[in-house]
Design a protein around this ligand. Structure first.
Ligand SMILES: [Zn+2]
Length: 225
């Protein structure tokens, strides 16, 4: 009987230890009340993300590179460019599509912004008890030659895309990369809503301008200073 009591006491202490672990989890994600994941807000993206092209362009011209005629100019661009994606960068908090009309390079401000978007999205999914996913980047830096091949027209200054400055990325709101093939999928509408929340917070913090692009099913995002 005495031994039974000691064993019970041992398991009681063990279970107290478990409680502490649960508290630690709540500390890592401060806006989670233990057992109650925070809720998803369904933002009206059309209304929330309507920064005009001129606004994007002014920010891009302030912090971006001088537009390049072709990809040959990337190594000698007017500002340092940072590479994203590729097999060596598998631990980045986002996935870069196989790019056809752009190259995976960004100026520092946009590079940092993209990392924060990816990280905040993954942290937010965790806090909401949703499965792990990464956002997918579908367009990055375009040269005049890329713009020309997209539009099949001569490029002049007014036709120049904000993507020519290395400050701007497109992130899909329809496609997300799931980390673990097993387990239930998250609903597309929820993933889009979580991404919209992340972008709204960064936009409100003065880090970026955002345009909701229905035709391309993406958020068009320009870093700002
Ligand atoms: Zn875009």
């Amino acid at each position: 009987m005495k031994i039974y009591c000691y064993i019970s006491l041992f398991f009681f202490i063990l279970s107290c230890g478990n409680d502490i672990v649960v508290e630690n989890v709540a500390t890592v994600f401060p806006d989670t009340i233990a057992g109650k994941p925070n809720r998803i807000t369904y933002i009206n993206s059309n209304r929330a993300f309507n920064d005009l092209n001129d606004t994007h362009l002014a920010a891009a011209q302030k912090i971006g590179i001088k537009p390049l005629a072709s990809r040959d100019g990337i190594p000698t661009a007017s500002k340092k460019l940072y590479l994203i994606g590729g097999p060596m960068r598998y631990n980045e908090p986002f996935v870069v599509d196989e790019l056809t009309h752009s190259s995976p390079f960004l100026v520092k401000e946009a590079y940092d912004l993209l990392h924060d978007i990816g990280k905040n999205f993954q942290d937010s999914l965790k806090r909401k008890n949703l499965p792990a996913y990464s956002v997918i980047v579908s367009s990055v830096l375009r040269t005049d030659a890329d713009v020309k091949s997209l539009s099949r027209r001569n490029v002049n200054a007014s036709k120049r895309s904000v993507h020519c400055y290395g400050t701007t990325v497109d992130i899909s709101y329809r496609r997300f990369e799931k980390h673990d093939d097993e387990g239930p999928d998250a609903r597309e509408v929820d993933l889009k809503a979580v991404l919209a929340e992340v972008l709204r917070d960064l936009k409100n913090a003065g880090r970026c301008y955002v345009k909701y692009e229905i035709k391309q099913a993406c958020f068009h995002i320009t870093a700002r200073k």
